[in-house]
Design a protein around this ligand. Structure first.
Ligand code: PHE
Length: 350
């Protein structure tokens, strides 16, 4: 076959191939195979030197035309394929605005905070103020000023997380008592406050004890405050929290900062009072300690204990939530397990 025929055949077979190609990589490959340094067309052109001098310009012209034509066809095919690919991508990546959005999970208040909020609201309604308090307190405020001097045996139950010699994580919200009593101006009316928050103790953790838990402290001081005021207040609180069908009992107790002192128990939510592992077979669950504020505490806060008297209580919201929702282990509150916590979602939240 002479060179002219070879060129013409290569041209027509190449044009056919270009027609059929559907992938960008293939067209690039074809370009290299035909027009590259070692390409088929390049090869044929090299053999031109064997031609008669008279033939060379004619074949040379033909070869150039073929090369230009193939180059143009390849380029336009490439552009065509690129456009198709771009359109396919645009198609695939369009955002369907009619699809439902991804739902963002909203958090919620921890169930213990919900109960503390409820209690705060209850007491706000009875004319109390809400006050804060720090979790790191001095030994002096946490113990001494509430009538628990150094070496008092009552410290043993609570002596816990010391930061240094004088400061510790408060073991009781009662640590707010001294300064709040001291700061009150009785000419403006009675002192009635609630303070809620976390407290820390060296408790061995079990179903009803945790080294970290919450307290709600109530303090009332004025002239003529009696035990009857305390009992009436606690009854209102217990009924609000647990409804009429739970039994409440007052038990004489001892706290260094109250005299007399009581402990308040509610009948066990789990067994109804017959005795089970939750209430340690007693039928009752202790929810708070309370009493008439000890004259020493008033006097240390510069309040005349002959003229003024008061009551205080410290309740455990953790226990209350357990009672209210029949939670059988206090440790659930602190494990951050969404399956547990999300059960207490409030209205409108999820
Ligand atoms: N602070 C006591 C406790 O943690 C509870 C309490 C508070 C008792 C106020 C009497 C008065 O156990």
């Amino acid at each position: 076959m002479d060179l002219k025929s070879k060129l013409e055949e290569l041209a027509s077979s190449s044009l056919e191939k270009i027609e059929q190609i559907e992938e960008i990589q293939e067209i690039e490959q074809l370009r290299v195979n035909l027009l590259g340094k070692k390409g088929q067309l390049t090869d044929l052109l090299k053999s031109m030197r064997n031609l008669e001098a008279s033939e060379r310009p004619i074949i040379g012209k033909l070869a150039n035309e073929i090369r230009d034509d193939l180059t143009a066809k390849i380029t336009s095919k490439k552009e065509e394929l690129e456009e198709i690919a771009l359109n396919e991508r645009l198609e695939a990546e369009t955002i369907d605005v009619t699809l439902p959005g991804r739902q963002i999970k909203r958090g919620q208040r921890h169930v213990i905070h919900q109960v503390m909020d409820d209690l705060e609201n209850l007491f706000l309604g009875m004319g109390y103020s809400i006050i804060g308090g720090t979790e790191i307190v001095s030994d002096y405020l946490n113990f001494e000023r509430v009538n628990v001097p150094q070496d008092h045996p009552a410290r043993d139950m609570q002596d816990s997380f010391y930061i240094n010699e004088h400061y510790l994580l408060r073991t009781q919200t009662s640590a707010v008592q001294p300064l709040i009593i001291e700061a009150h101006d009785f000419s403006t009316g009675p002192l009635k406050v609630i303070s809620t928050g976390k407290v820390y103790r060296r408790d061995s953790d079990d179903a009803t004890h945790s080294h970290q838990f919450h307290q709600i402290e109530g303090i009332v001081v004025d002239e003529n405050i009696t035990m009857a005021d305390l009992m009436g207040t606690l009854e209102v609180m217990s009924k609000e929290m647990f409804g009429e069908d739970r039994d409440v009992r007052f038990r004489p107790s001892y706290f260094p900062f109250t005299e007399p002192s009581v402990e308040v128990d509610v009948s066990c939510f789990n067994c109804g009072g017959t005795g089970c592992h939750v209430c340690k077979m007693s039928g009752w669950i202790e929810i708070l300690g309370a009493g008439m504020i000890h004259p020493n505490v008033l006097e240390m806060s510069n309040v005349d204990s002959e003229k003024y008297s008061g009551f205080a209580f410290g309740a455990g919201p953790d226990r209350m939530v357990m009672l209210k929702y029949a939670v059988d282990d206090i440790r659930h509150f602190y494990l951050n397990d969404q399956r547990f916590l999300s059960q207490f979602s409030t209205k409108g939240e999820n």
